[in-house]
Design a protein around this ligand. Structure first.
Ligand code: SF4
Length: 440
């Protein structure tokens, strides 16, 4: 039996696609092995959102080839889509597939035979086949969702791909193309498959999920209403643009017993001038009003915020605007990113680059603020009752998330894995997982 290992760098969307590709192989009788084990085929699903991601992908490829020079190496994903020649410079890479082409790797490797892996003989040194389709060719969108090949307890469900926004720092529209959505019926069908695999939580994923709109004109809200009818314990909306999170969605989350009261909403900057330079589709007032509306409609909601520091032109004054703005908001945690210049994006030409030193200082300050926000959010939840989906046992404890995204833990009892229990949250300790007790 031939074997394959598939490794992923990057976002939830990439993980859902790697899972889909893994299942394509197992359904063809190819053994799936964990990353690091010797295999006949190695597939890397890459990311290119930062220069660091590119570096990490190159290092991964080289380490696999060092440990197993005979493995047939296939590279796909966003980095492959945009800079295939850079990857092909690494001797030993056999095949490079673009973002949309990743769903055809299986057919290519099985070739005409269809029942045996006939196309996995190592290419001669320095020879790499590159298969990159243009992305905006016809609205193709590869479906993807977590499946039983995964060891996780929370499943990713791809609903949308690509993006029509043009944020000046972002390379994703270049790597994944225009916004396109899976038909609502297809999403529901895939969600049902996830439920049949035994998952208790579905996380909706894509590039700009709030911009969901299928060929029948179904909107993101329509899709949520459709998913709300399924027999699933929890549905979590992953990252959603602030200008796309409307009152209908908030009220559905409020009234539904399935949608998690947790929102992750990119802000990127709290400085009006920098937001403009970023070409984001909202201003700080809209963002503030949205956070206040969420606190009004769903007071117990967990709210996560993405923020980029070190964007060209960001002075101490602009950074302090961002810091003070976020500090004034009722949010629960931050994801802090350092600006990374990406080729062919609009911000490349902008003057006043921020030094690495200033980026480090600012990033540290915001991470500290995130800890303050998170620990006060955990404090507010002390003594509250919640439902927790427990994941896997670790060091005698088992951890899991509440619906509103409080990390909890309890002394492990194996039958708790992948089960939802009603708990009472006990004393919190900073940002450590909050101890809890089961409510019978
Ligand atoms: S919304 Fe902006 S940051 Fe997000 S994927 Fe689209 S272009 Fe990139």
């Amino acid at each position: 039996m031939k074997s394959v290992s598939i490794h992923t760098v990057g976002c939830k969307l990439n993980y859902s696609e790697s899972s889909y590709i893994s299942r394509q192989f197992t359904e063809k009788g190819v053994e799936l092995k964990p990353f690091g084990e010797k295999t006949d085929i190695f597939i890397l699903n890459t990311c290119t959102v930062t220069a660091q991601a590119d570096r990490e992908c190159r290092q991964l490829i080289r380490s696999v080839l060092r440990n197993n020079p005979d493995t047939f190496v296939v590279i796909t994903g966003c980095y492959a889509q945009l800079r295939p020649n850079e990857i092909a410079e690494i001797d030993g890479v056999d095949l490079i597939f673009g973002s949309d082409d990743k769903f055809r790797i299986i057919d290519y490797l099985f070739g005409e035979q269809k029942d045996t892996l006939s196309c996995i003989d190592k290419k001669p040194s320095g020879k790499t086949d590159i298969i990159i389709s243009s992305l905006n060719g016809g609205g193709f969108i590869g479906e993807a969702y977590s499946s039983d090949v995964d060891s996780r307890t929370r499943a990713f469900l791809k609903i949308q791909d690509g993006c029509d926004y043009n944020c000046s720092f972002c390379t994703i529209p270049l790597a994944r193309g225009k916004s396109r959505s899976l038909a609502l019926e297809k999403v529901i069908e895939n969600a049902q498959k996830i439920i049949d695999y035994g998952y208790k939580e579905i996380i909706l994923t894509g590039v700009n999920i709030g911009d969901y709109s299928d060929e029948s004109g179904n909107t993101f809200f329509n899709l949520l209403c459709g998913l709300n009818k399924l027999n699933i314990s929890r549905i979590r909306i992953s990252s959603i643009e602030p200008n796309l999170l409307n009152a209908d969605i908030l009220n559905l989350v409020k009234t539904s017993d399935k949608f998690c009261n947790h929102f992750h909403i990119p802000l990127q900057s709290g400085s009006p001038e920098i937001l403009n330079l970023m070409r984001r589709r909202y201003n700080v007032n809209l963002y503030e009003e949205l956070i206040n509306k969420i606190s009004e409609i769903i007071p117990e909601a967990g709210i996560g915020v993405d923020v980029i520091i070190g964007f060209p032109g960001e002075t101490d004054y602009h950074f302090n605007e961002t810091y003070d703005f976020i500090n004034s908001l009722t949010v629960s945690y931050l994801h802090v990113f350092s600006y990374s210049e990406r080729p062919d994006t609009r911000s490349v030409g902008l003057p006043m680059k921020v030094s690495t030193f200033d980026k480090k200082v600012r990033s540290k300050k915001l991470r500290e603020l995130s800890e303050v926000k998170k620990s006060s959010f955990y404090k507010i939840n002390e003594g509250k009752y919640a439902e927790v989906l427990f994941e896997t046992e670790k060091n005698g404890y088992i951890e899991g998330w509440t619906g509103n995204y409080v990390r909890t833990r309890i002394k492990a009892d194996v039958k708790m894995e992948n089960e939802i229990f009603k708990v009472k949250l006990l004393k919190s300790e900073g940002i450590k997982p909050v101890e809890c007790e089961i409510i019978k």
